[in-house]
Design a protein around this ligand. Structure first.
Ligand code: ATP
Ligand code: MG
Ligand code: MG
Ligand code: MG
Length: 475
């Protein structure tokens, strides 16, 4: 069925509502109670306490559309399916139904005429192959077969592909079963399976079965509360349903590509390099819009989420130059995203001005140095003798020209060079030590003895007042 993004969001939630799930709203992109990660990377993330046993106020069956950011996927951006920001459709059972109902629901939603109506002949399924720790997940495989999936379209894959849970650590974990679309491409070889990235199979949905608790002595004990956690990519699924080649042709991206065309005077798809630039700009600006415009939004900085945002925006500026984007184009693209998404995410509308201003401001900061920095970079690569850019030079590009280290690495890669990242870290720490030492000294020399200073200030003020009164003859 050729659904657009709004239709798919609604259909997904309506379907799970009809299966007695409560619809919950998307949590912030910036995790509230988890300082170990910068962004919410999956629908299950904000639900961790409930998956671990806390009672959820909405009950045991939940569904939602969750905003996600995966900075780890940044190098894949430009391909057909990976974005740094995406929306994940998910359904959960908190100790309620398990494999049978989960798989039946997935199958019904995907293939029923009433819902997505995807022919089951183009679906491919992966299930856990089993190993010394945990058994082969024949239960899931059998359930898929009962639904009507052909045996030869079910692939048994190892932990690397079909296992959820903290690797090497203790805690809840279990097998998952993933749903792929077979694009019809010829197999890349006899071993071709959904595990390979030849492009034949596109993953759209993951069903995780939290089944075991891994103990400190490495045993896998069945959990008393067994959970289901699923995640389906909105962008990918809309892409597949419409027979598009990439997520960029969906209604979520197409308007911004058109705008980039008019702002740059270039045609999307005219050449491969430019198309990559289009995609990266469209992706990164969308992510920036959601990070700045989040209910817990941030602005650019040199640490944590703010640094990720900075990297995304500076990368967008750099690719913008490749296709001759004029200044302040990025914020125009951002504005378009705000307008197109604000019906679903009203926080974007509330933060519209902040988003536009922050993007313009960061572009301006970077523009001031980027031309010089790129010149400097070209000079450097002519001068180095081996194929490695020294750490102190990478640090200078960072410190003087505002090049995020990842950008220097990327520029280097384009020229088939490497960057001494360790050397960079050393220079960076060295610099930090120096500047924080400075701060400490200032602190000691001045404000450390706070109470003393305040007292002296009081005395001085008192004396001054006395003197003034004497001079003015009022005492
Ligand atoms: P892939 O193998 O393609 O990188 P994944 O296994 O990392 O995907 P999951 O963690 O299983 O993805 O997330 C569930 C679903 O979220 C995926 O099946 C996919 O539809 C979607 N998804 C994951 N990563 C991205 C991304 N970077 N951009 C868009 N959608 C994504
Ligand atoms: Mg991935
Ligand atoms: Mg995967
Ligand atoms: Mg997956």
């Amino acid at each position: 069925k050729k659904l657009n993004s709004a239709e798919l969001r609604k259909m997904f939630l309506d379907f799970f509502k009809s299966k007695n799930h409560a619809v919950i709203s998307s949590a912030s992109l910036i995790p509230e109670n988890d300082p170990t990660v910068l962004f919410t990377t999956a629908g299950m993330h904000p639900l961790v306490p409930y998956l671990l046993g806390a009672k959820h106020p909405e009950g045991k069956r939940l569904c939602d559309v969750q905003k996600c950011v995966r900075t780890g996927d940044i190098d894949d951006v430009g391909d057909n399916t990976h974005c740094t920001f995406f929306e994940m459709l998910g359904n959960w059972s908190l100790g309620d139904y398990f494999k049978k109902d989960a798989i039946n629901c997935s199958y019904e939603f995907l293939t029923s005429e009433k819902y997505l109506a995807i022919p089951n002949s183009i679906l491919a399924i992966s299930v856990f192959a089993g190993d010394n720790d945990a058994p082969k997940d024949t239960e899931s495989a059998n359930l898929w077969e009962t639904c009507g999936i052909n045996k030869d379209r079910i692939f048994y894959l190892p932990k690397k592909n079909n296992w959820w849970g903290p690797a090497g650590q203790t805690g809840p974990c279990g097998p998952d079963t993933e749903i792929f679309i077979d694009t019809g491409k010829v197999k890349c070889g006899p071993e071709c399976s959904p595990a390979c990235d030849c492009g034949k199979y596109i993953e759209i949905w993951n069903n995780v079965f939290m089944e075991y608790n891994k103990t400190a002595d490495g045993k896998y004990i069945p959990l008393t509360q067994k959970n289901v956690d699923t995640g389906m990519g909105l962008e990918r699924t809309v892409c597949i349903l419409n027979g598009f080649k990439s997520v960029y042709e969906t209604d979520l991206f197409l308007p911004s590509l058109k705008l980039i065309e008019s702002l740059s005077g270039k045609k999307y798809g005219a050449d491969i390099e430019a198309a990559k630039a289009f995609r990266i700009i469209a992706d990164h600006i969308r992510t920036a819009v959601f990070i700045i415009g989040d209910q817990r939004g941030v602005t650019c900085s040199n640490v944590d989420q703010g640094y990720v945002l900075r990297r995304l925006l500076r990368r967008a500026v750099r690719y913008g130059r490749q296709i001759d984007l004029q200044k302040k184009s990025l914020s125009k693209i951002a504005e378009l995203y705000v307008d197109n998404y604000c019906a679903v995410y009203p926080e974007l509308k509330a933060n519209k001005i902040k988003i536009i201003e922050e993007i313009d401001r960061e572009e301006e900061r970077f523009e001031k140095t980027v031309t010089q920095g790129l010149k400097e970079f070209d000079k450097i690569i002519k001068e180095i003798s081996d194929n490695i850019i020294p750490g102190n030079i990478a640090f200078r590009l960072y410190d003087t020209y505002g090049f995020p280290i990842e950008m220097t690495e990327e520029l280097a890669k384009e020229k088939k060079l490497k960057v001494d990242k360790e050397g960079f870290e050393v220079a960076f720490t060295e610099h930090q030590k120096k500047s924080s030492l400075g701060a400490e000294q200032r602190f000691k020399g001045g404000l450390a003895d706070n109470s003393d200073i305040t007292a002296k200030l009081h005395t001085a003020t008192h004396l001054l007042h006395q003197a003034l009164r004497q001079v003015l003859g009022k005492e």
